[in-house]
Every structure is written in C-alpha cells, then in structure tokens.
Design a protein. Structure first.
Length: 112
C-alpha cells in the first residue's frame, strides 16, 4: 500500500485576496481528476461552452449564469449550479463576486 502525502491547507480567503483581477482564475488544489479554482467575477464573460460539465459554487456576492435558450440562474453565497457539457453560457456579475469552479484541469477558460 502506498502512503499518500497530505496536501497543505488552502485558505480560500487568502487566495481571493491574491487574485489579480476579474476572470483570472487561480488553481487551489487537485482532487482526483478535477481541479478546484477560485476566480473573481465582475462584468460579462464571453459566451462559450465546454465539452465537460462545469460546477460553479458562489463563495460571496451574487452573480448569474446566462444560458443559451434558458432562463438565467442567479447564485448567492453558498449556492452552486452545474452547467451541463455543451451548453452555451456566460457568468455575469454586476458587482464583484467570487466563485469556486470545479472542473477538469484541461478545461479551457474560454471554452472549446
């Protein structure tokens, strides 16, 4: 049996404070085949889609995820939503908000 080394504790608050600006995600840790990222949202991100699901967990503030052909989903602190693979979407925040993203490491920020 191989002994696994514990990963260091990650402070989400510190990671948010170190962000360089809106839509500049920072990787926090890798879990199995996924990566946990944190990002600030402010304004409108371009429309895009991914070939895999994308999980949004609102850490603070409020933002919406606009979805092609569907009603927008509004998230507040502590709420999460999964955008299904292939769905055109864009996050929009009228005021600064922070999000945790759980996705595959190869997921491209601007979609496929």
């Amino acid at each position: 049996m191989t002994e696994k080394t514990a990963t260091p504790t990650v402070s989400i608050t510190d990671a948010i404070a170190a962000l360089s600006g809106p839509f500049q995600p920072q990787d926090l840790t890798v879990v199995n085949d996924t990566v946990v990222r944190v990002a600030q949202l402010l304004g409108e991100f371009p429309w895009h889609h991914h070939d895999e699901d994308e999980l949004f967990l609102c850490w603070d503030g409020t933002f919406r995820i606009e979805l092609e052909g569907r009603s927008p989903v509004v998230l507040t602190a502590g709420e999460m939503f999964v955008v299904p693979r292939g769905v055109e979407h864009r996050p929009v925040a009228d005021e600064p908000a922070h999000v945790l993203l759980i996705e595959r490491p190869e997921t491209k920020q601007y979609g496929n």
